[in-house]
Design a protein around this ligand. Structure first.
Ligand code: PGA
Length: 252
């Protein structure tokens, strides 16, 4: 049985004091989610991670939004796995479309980072998803299969079982035009079949999230679909009342 998961992707939002206020204010709702068997987390910016670790309620998953594949060295502007580990962060989002678009993040690079994270007992959240052009050409599955195959290349089934996947169609991110639950399920079911071809039955244990304009008023729809295990949420994860609404939608 796969546990439902809600992960808030804060992107480049919140100063440390704003992040602290969220961490201090979310205790009750996080407890409520956990008592209903749901995993919940947030992914603050690097500069807010330590603050959130220090002020968050027990059980809140705290994720970085990127990490270097290297442990240390001459990589100006990068943050390493040992640095995250030392402050108690063990989850990392990788391959988000914004990083693929603006920072040259490739599936090959993500593959190296995923392997480094797994070697360190950490949890990668690997994002995939197609552009509007690819969607309109009917090539979503071909595109996403390539991202999955390259990103997870060389993993053992045991390692693959520890990865979380997020399917986020680029045309749905931050646009208010969320993919219908049928479209999301169609692609996510396909991703699961691809994972099954690559890794066997462990694919049935891998959590696959939908992301792209998920809001408190639409999150429950996705949960009706058999292959969708939760959501990666940007805008609607920033405010406490909205985050609470997302949890309420998942508990339904
Ligand atoms: P959004 O972002 O919920 O604001 O559409 C989702 C994401 O980019 O993870």
């Amino acid at each position: 049985m796969r546990k439902k998961l809600l992960l808030g992707n804060w992107k480049m939002n919140k100063t440390p004091s704003e992040a602290k206020a969220f961490a201090e204010g979310c205790g009750e709702m996080v407890g409520y989610a956990i008592s209903h068997g749901i995993d919940v987390g947030v992914a603050p910016t690097y500069v807010c991670l330590q603050t959130v670790v220090e002020h968050a309620p027990k059980g809140l998953i705290i994720s970085a939004q990127n990490v270097s594949q290297y442990d240390h060295g001459a990589y100006t502007g990068e943050i390493s796995i040992p640095m995250l580990k030392e402050i108690g962060v063990s989850w990392v989002i990788l391959g988000h479309s914004e990083r693929r678009t603006y920072d040259g993040e490739t599936s090959e690079k993500c593959n190296a980072k995923i392997k480094a994270l797994l070697d360190n007992g950490m949890t990668p959240v690997y994002c995939c998803g197609e552009s509007l052009e690819t969607f309109e050409k009917g090539e979503t599955k071909k595109w996403v299969a390539e991202q999955i195959r390259v990103g997870l290349e060389g993993l053992t089934p045991e390692q693959a079982g520890k990865v979380v996947i997020a399917y986020e169609p680029i045309w749905a991110i931050g646009t208010g035009k969320n993919a219908t639950k049928e479209i999301a399920e169609d692609t996510i079911g396909f991703i699961r079949r691809t994972l099954r071809e690559m890794f066997g039955f462990v694919a049935d244990d891998i959590r696959i999230l939908y992301g792209g304009s998920v809001k408190p008023n639409n999150i429950a729809e996705y949960m009706e679909e058999p292959d969708i295990d939760g959501a990666l949420v940007g805008g609607a994860s920033l405010a406490l009342d909205s985050y609470q609404g997302l949890i309420a939608g998942l508990v339904k």
